[in-house]
Ligand binder design. Structure first.
Ligand code: FAD
Ligand code: DLZ
Ligand code: SF4
Length: 505
């Protein structure tokens, strides 16, 4: 049956279900559409990365089947998926349409509506590029009181067999986090990342994106990310060899002007399909077996992939569409302008936002404990913060971005994902980074105009939300400490916070 096979920008895997069993006279349809770049105004580098990767992938597909690639500047482009499927059906005499299920609820809904409308079958196939299917996650979640990642992760360890020996975890424990999370003191040296030369495809895409998406956030001189499978595999090898041995130890460390540290930088390639999670874990596992990386690094890394990555996807499909509307703290304050410029005297925020602007990247702790923590403490609008994270990062699609932002960083789901809010004072940032030494604020001061704003904002957040949080056993200690503060101190925290929050523009 001659088939039109739609391949979305984040489905660039030759083995993706929508391409499986393709016949030479089938047609692969790939479309560059403005709707996908502008439903939130994605970072320029994210659009360029994806368009370049799509164009390279289309070239690779050509020996296998006919490829109908619709360019952004095609004058007949309707600029949305549905319009382009309908137009393609006029060009090709096919008997059915196939696509792998999309990673965002809004796209799935649009496809399901089209399914009712079309006169030929439109099959939406499961996306099996994950290690846990959506039904499998639902089964795991069924009947559980809490859905903690750690328990899901243990099941995934047993299922995949990574770092397992006769049914038990190698090293006698599931989790080596206690050995991780050190601050970085300058040694070993942070490896210099390889740079991919832009070929004609990437150069043309950069020109295109700078022309059509000029008003979008972010810098675009060069694409940091791998745009082919070959480059993605090089990124992975570089990480395994040069970074993985220190990954666990410095996973949470932040250093001025060193956005990448020992992190893998593979999320953009993984999430668009250029890498598969199993091959990534296989490579890390092999490094452990060869003795080139220690257990705490390899366990920490594998946990991110088979644990967190699979878990947040499960949560997304379990809880959507209601999840996107959650707002546990009723947070509505507008996001300040410096989230778009990085121009702020708070050095940690300046660092996290400027690297995001430059690379469409920030590592986990910059996302969680700097911009995320600040957004939580200030009570910024959940919707605005989620949109910001979805558009600024090259690896962001709603299935992974939303649980991380709404659930993990903002606790807007009231604790479906995290057992307590990731709220912290400036002490945490001071311990894990060297940001504070070049800051106009003083992290040791708790009150007044020179004090680090995180210090009073933390207590103000705890006080503001006491009704909602006081029964959380993990917060018993900070609430006991707060109860011992004098009335004068509490009033000062409130004054400092109100003054700071009202100064945000
Ligand atoms: P490494 O630190 O090297 O980790 C290895 C891999 O583990 C990552 O490539 C990623 O695939 C996976 N991983 C690690 N943590 C997570 C996690 N919490 N959730 C899912 N996968 C994880 N990750 C995204 O891929 N897309 C997002 O849109 C995204 N938004 C985030 C928003 C917030 C507020 C927070 C706190 C985290 C978010 N993350 C997101 C998770 C994490 O920050 C990124 O996966 C990571 O920074 C990517 O960089 P890396 O490839 O160098 O990762
Ligand atoms: C993110 C993105 C962008 C910017 N542009 C396109 C595009 O032009 N064509 C396309 O097929 N996909 C694009 N994407 C990825 C989609 O947004 C993604 O496939 C859906 O959000 C489903 O996960
Ligand atoms: Fe951030 Fe406070 Fe440190 Fe400044 S002093 S960098 S605001 S944590």
């Amino acid at each position: 049956m001659k088939t039109l096979r739609l391949v979305l920008g984040d489905q660039l895997s030759h083995t993706v279900s929508g391409l499986r069993g393709a016949q030479p006279d089938d047609v692969a349809l790939m479309v560059e559409v403005k709707a996908e770049a502008t439903y939130v105004k994605h970072h320029k580098q994210k659009i360029a990365f994806l368009f370049s990767a799509m164009r390279h992938f289309a070239d690779e597909l050509k020996p296998r089947m006919a490829v109908d690639y619709v360019y952004l500047d095609d004058p007949n482009n309707t600029h949305n998926f549905i319009g382009e499927i309908k137009r393609a059906l006029q060009r090709h005499n096919v008997e059915r349409v196939v696509v792998t299920e999309p990673g965002e609820w809004r796209v799935l809904e649009a496809f399901q509506t089209l399914q009712q409308e079309l006169e030929i079958p439109f099959d939406i196939l499961p996306d099996d590029r994950f290690l846990c299917s959506i039904p499998e996650f639902k089964d795991w979640a069924q009947g559980r009181k809490t859905l903690r990642m750690e328990f899901f992760y243990r099941e995934m360890r047993k299922k995949t067999g990574y770092l397992m020996e006769q049914g038990a975890p190698i090293g006698g424990q599931w989790n080596f986090d206690a050995k991780n999370r050190e601050p970085y003191k300058g040694s070993p040296p942070i490896p210099k990342r390889p740079v991919f030369e832009a070929n004609d495809i990437s150069k043309n895409v950069i020109l295109l994106v700078n022309r059509y998406f000029q008003g979008h956030f972010g810098d675009l001189e060069h694409i940091l990310y791998p745009v082919t499978r070959e480059q993605a595999l090089q990124t992975l090898s570089f990480f395994i060899e040069k970074c993985l041995p220190h990954f666990g130890q410095f996973q949470d460390a932040m250093v001025e002007n060193e956005p990448f540290m020992f992190h893998s930088l593979i999320s953009a390639a993984l999430n668009c399909g250029l890498l598969h999670p199993a091959e990534v874990c296989d490579a890390a596992h092999e490094a452990y077996q060869n003795g080139t990386a220690p257990i705490e690094a390899v366990e920490g890394f594998i946990r991110q992939i088979i644990g967190w990555r699979e878990y947040v996807r499960g949560i997304y499909w379990l809880k959507m569409p209601r999840y996107a509307q959650e707002n546990f703290f009723d947070a509505t304050r507008p996001l300040p302008g410096f989230f778009w410029t990085g121009k702020t005297e708070m050095n940690c925020l300046h660092q996290a936002i400027t690297q995001t602007k430059k690379y469409a990247y920030a590592h986990h702790i910059n996302r969680l404990m700097v911009t995320g923590n600040f957004s939580l403490l200030c009570g910024f609008s959940v919707q605005e913060v989620c949109d910001w994270y979805l558009l600024v990062y090259a690896d962001a699609y709603e299935w992974v971005e939303l649980p991380n932002t709404l659930g993990m960083a903002l606790f807007a789901d009231g604790g479906d994902l995290a057992s307590k809010p990731y709220a912290a004072s400036g002490q945490y940032i001071h311990k894990m980074s060297n940001y504070c030494r070049n800051c106009r604020y003083d992290v040791r001061q708790k009150e007044g105009p020179e004090a680090c704003p995180f210090n009073y904002l933390y207590w103000d957040f705890m006080a503001r939300n006491e009704d909602k949080l006081k029964n959380n056993p993990r917060l018993a200690m900070p609430y006991r400490t707060f109860a011992k503060f004098s009335d004068e101190k509490k009033a000062q925290i409130k004054r400092d916070s109100e003054q700071f929050l009202s100064s945000l523009k």
